[in-house]
Write a protein that binds this ligand. Structure first.
Ligand code: HEC
Ligand code: HEC
Ligand code: HEC
Length: 291
């Protein structure tokens, strides 16, 4: 019996089944948004845009941003690559992002003390929010500012014009209860929910942050008030990669190494990392090299 099973595994491994690896590689390329920075053969005409960050200072909590930037993959469910920013670049990027407040929100007039999370929970059920947001780590109270969530649920497009969220046109008190419920229900255990003092970023750091934002190709995916999106692809075209001189090592090894650890000592790289396994890197390399 054991022998039969072993033979079956051997046959599976030996079969010339190129298709599944190819599909996995293509899916990883799309999911990782490689196309924001590179032209890639077989993906011509595809583009990718992520959230606009022009209101990031109203949306995101500063404490979350500070903890997340050094390790973007640490937040479960988020798939942005790690650009390995150094501490100084992170500080200025923080200042720049927190200065992005194109659509100010406030819930100062709201009586939060009186919020009824149980009533909010019932609304969440009745409005079937869970059909799209069950166990949604993006709704983490440690990540989102309460004012912003309140404003979003009141009128999504006022706050984030590109959001696919529906406008439920609820009365303010229901919006309040729903907001309180969402922020309690989806809070990660480690999240700080201490109220934050809003710091005014100084103009110098903001300007430095904007420069880093462009230099590191953040604007390949995100728009801000100061930068349009997708004007330049900061990575080289990957068309004809297999024919290019890629050093002494075989092309496949070069590409796999580039995907797993893009930089070399003394040669910093602007290419993000995506925590690919070896097998995933091999699948991606297969697609890029067309074999
Ligand atoms: C933020 C932009 C960015 C993203 C996203 C990105 N890259 Fe890159 N990539 C670069 C840059 C810039 C280089 C040039 C060399 C360097 O800085 O390391 C590069 C270099 C490369 C190279 C070496 C090409 C050569 O000719 O030397 C390969 C292969 C590559 N990237 C593949 C990928 C793949 C596959 C993905 C998605 C999984 C991806 N890149 C995502 C920016 C990016
Ligand atoms: C038809 C699917 C759908 C339904 C139903 C829905 N949402 Fe959403 N919601 C989305 C999508 C899609 C986003 C945008 C996520 C993104 O931009 O990454 C979103 C975004 C949000 C956000 C902001 C998250 C962020 O990080 O940008 C909150 C808060 C939210 N929804 C709460 C709710 C609540 C509360 C309900 C019920 C009243 C609800 N949603 C119903 C699809 C839905
Ligand atoms: C290749 C595309 C790409 C590049 C380049 C990129 N991002 Fe992102 N970013 C994303 C995606 C996709 C998301 C959505 C969340 C996720 O799934 O990770 C995101 C989310 C974010 C968020 C959270 C926004 C929100 O509203 O929830 C911030 C902040 C952010 N990125 C900052 C940056 C900064 C700073 C840089 C440059 C250092 C950068 N990004 C470069 C793709 C990118």
């Amino acid at each position: 019996m054991k022998v039969v099973a072993a033979c079956a595994v051997f046959l599976l491994l030996a079969a010339p089944a190129a298709a599944p690896e190819e599909l996995r590689g293509r899916e990883l390329i799309v999911k990782s948004r490689c196309l924001a920075c590179h032209d890639i053969p077989g993906f011509a005409g595809m583009a990718f845009k992520a959230h606009s960050l022009d209101n990031a200072g109203e949306k995101l909590r500063a404490t979350w941003l500070r903890a997340w930037l050094p390790d973007p993959r640490s937040h479960a469910g988020m798939r942005m690559g790690d650009l390995r920013l150094n501490a100084a670049d992170r500080r200025s990027i923080e200042a720049f992002l927190l200065s992005q407040r194109s659509r100010p929100v406030t819930s100062a007039a709201v009586n939060w003390e009186g919020a009824d999370t149980r009533a909010g929970g019932k609304l969440f059920e009745r409005l079937q929010c869970a059909s799209c947001h069950s166990a949604d780590t993006m709704l983490d109270a440690g990540r989102l500012r309460r004012d912003w969530v309140f404003a979003l649920l009141k009128d999504p497009r006022q706050v984030q014009p590109d959001t696919p969220m529906l406008n439920y046109a609820l009365p303010e008190l229901e919006v309040r209860d729903l907001t309180a419920y969402v922020l309690e229900e989806f809070r990660s255990p480690s999240a700080s929910t201490e109220p934050e003092r809003r710091l005014q970023s100084d103009a110098r750091s903001v300007a430095m942050g904007r420069a880093v934002f462009e230099r590191r190709g953040c604007d390949g995916c995100h728009r801000t008030t100061a930068t349009p999106v997708g004007q330049v692809k900061i990575g080289p075209s990957l068309v004809g990669l297999s024919a290019r001189h890629l050093g002494a090592a075989p092309a496949r090894d070069f590409v796999i190494r580039k995907l797993l650890s893009p930089g070399a000592p003394g040669k910093p790289s602007r290419m993000p990392t995506f925590e690919f396994s070896n097998a995933e890197a091999m699948d991606v390399a297969r697609v890029l090299l067309g074999r």
